[in-house]
Each structure stands twice: as C-alpha cells, then as structure tokens.
Design a protein around this ligand. Structure first.
Ligand SMILES: [Zn+2]
Length: 138
C-alpha cells in the first residue's frame, strides 16, 4: 500500500471494524489507523478525531461504493421502523388505501331554510375521504 487516502472516520473502533470487514469482503485492502491509541486511551482518541479508515487511492471509488451501499441499507431499515411506528395512518374503509385525508363536507344553505329560519344554516360533516375511491365517512 503506497498512496493511502482516508475514506472514512469513525468515533468507535467497532464501527471501523464493521466497515473494514465490508471492504475486505469486497476485495479492498484496508488500513485502520489510530485504533490502538483509541483502545488505550479514549480521551486521547477523541482528540485524535476517532478511527480513520484508509485505502489505496485507486480503491477509493470502489470503497466509497461499498460503504455507501451499507449506509443506504441502514437508512432504509430506519425508514421502515419509523413507518411501522406511525400510528396515525388511516386506511380507507372501502378499498383499504392509505391515501385518506381529512375532509369537510359542507351543505350550503338552501333558499327554503333561509326563508323559514331567517338565517343561513350550514351543515358541516367532518370526516375522512379516500383519494383513491372517493369513499367518505365520519
Ligand atoms: Zn378507498
């Protein structure tokens, strides 16, 4: 290894080891710097800026691709967890679609009610409406 480039910096040796394993399984030679320093003295390691992962300059693109793939998988998993935790998703009672939005159905005053009561009466129904099949309920 001659022309080494830092491709990633980690706060903890374990993170660096996981990334190193990914890269090595992809056939990329990796050097982990500052690891021993960190294991001996955590305070000092913070001053050093964590664990550095180095690869040869010609492997940089491939290494970034490998690490990028891993990171995007993490993001997807987090996204799925968040979706599962969401409790305010309402599903359509007719077609089961989640494209449901709050909808207010208003009935404008008729001329007759205006004449009888002397004031315009507007009846509103607050409910949910489905974007997909148009079903409305409240
Ligand atoms: Zn529907």
């Amino acid at each position: 290894m001659t022309n080494l480039v830092v491709i990633a910096t980690f706060s903890f040796p374990l993170e660096a080891q996981i990334a190193r394993t990914s890269l090595e399984s992809a056939g990329i030679e990796v050097l982990v710097a500052d690891e021993h320093t960190i294991n001996m003295d955590w305070l000092y390691s913070n001053a050093m800026g964590g664990v550095r992962l180095l690869v040869e300059s010609e492997d940089v693109d491939e290494a970034r691709r490998v690490l990028g793939t891993d990171f995007s998988q993490d993001v997807d998993e987090n996204f799925l967890v968040n979706e599962k935790n969401a409790t305010d998703v309402i599903h359509c009672r007719r077609c089961g679609s989640d494209q449901v939005y709050a909808f207010t159905k208003g009935e404008p005053p008729t001329f007759l009610t205006f004449m009888l009561l002397g004031l315009p009466l507007v009846f509103y129904k607050h409910g949910q409406k489905c974007k997909d099949c148009g079903a409305f309920w409240y």
